[in-house]
Design a protein around this ligand. Structure first.
Ligand code: PXP
Length: 238
């Protein structure tokens, strides 16, 4: 059974736009769980542009909700993540000027650092995932570093599909990586830029066990929630 992880960072983006309390990511996490997601994903960025420390602490302390915390390899962030105690951690690269996570980790450059981070998480029994580009070499390195899972960056595939360009090579790359990863014992996840069409395409790959979806899913929820909320206001002002 494939699992769905819902990334609620952009509930925090909306809340932060007013600097107040609504909509509350903690409440969103509870809603998302009730609606049938298998896990909640939050990214505590170094610049705290959406999820804040308080959100992460509260969400990770919820009982019966599996939380996947995305975090950079910065040592302060790693210590913070260990204190917050999520169920899962996904290591991601961070670049101050990016709009969103632009690519996978540079595993070759950061091998020793990542190996030692993974072993720290293992001691705390936290499942670790590495966010990587669809590269065979990175799959092999992830395995050697002792990661439990890889999350394949699907941003490029999503961009090609959305702009109606030929995506066959990128999909083939993702297929090859998923196949190899599963074969050598890594759990395979996919995430970034996923919408209905790209998720449909990737769900035909039996090796992918988990999808982590954020921006599009939250955007769609606005459309599907609008009529109910407008009715609520109609009732109030009648
Ligand atoms: N997976 C990872 C590792 C990410 O960094 C992100 C973005 O924070 C996502 C999934 C979700 O991407 P999107 O918001 O584009 O669905």
């Amino acid at each position: 059974m494939k699992r769905l992880g819902v990334n609620i960072d952009h509930v925090a983006t909306l809340r932060n736009a007013r600097g107040e309390f609504h909509p509350d990511p903690l409440l969103a996490a509870k809603f998302v769980k009730k609606a049938g997601a298998d896990s909640i994903t939050i990214h505590l960025r170094e610049d705290r542009r959406h999820i804040k420390d308080k959100d992460a602490k509260k969400i990770c302390s919820l009982k019966n909700i599996l939380v996947n915390l995305e975090i950079s390899t910065n040592s302060k962030m790693i210590n913070k993540a260990i204190k917050i105690k999520p169920n899962f951690i996904c290591l991601v690269p961070e670049n101050r000027k990016e709009i969103t996570t632009e690519g996978g980790l540079d595993l070759r450059k950061n091998k020793n650092k990542i190996r030692s981070i993974i072993s720290k998480f293992k001691q705390k029994k936290i499942r670790t995932s590495l966010f990587i580009n669809p590269s065979i070499n990175d799959v092999k390195i992830s395995y050697k570093l002792g990661s439990d899972c890889i999350e394949i960056h699907t941003g490029r595939l999503s961009r090609l599909v959305k702009s109606k360009k030929d995506y066959s090579n990128e999909l083939a790359r993702i297929k090859k990586c998923s196949y190899l990863a599963k074969k050598i014992g890594l759990e395979v996840h996919a995430g970034h830029g996923l919408d209905y069409k790209t998720t449909q395409l990737l769900s035909s790959l039996k090796e992918i066990q988990e999808f982590n979806i954020g921006h599009y899913l939250i955007g769609e929820s606005v459309f599907f929630g609008l009529s109910k909320v407008i009715k609520n206001f109609r009732k109030i002002i009648k």
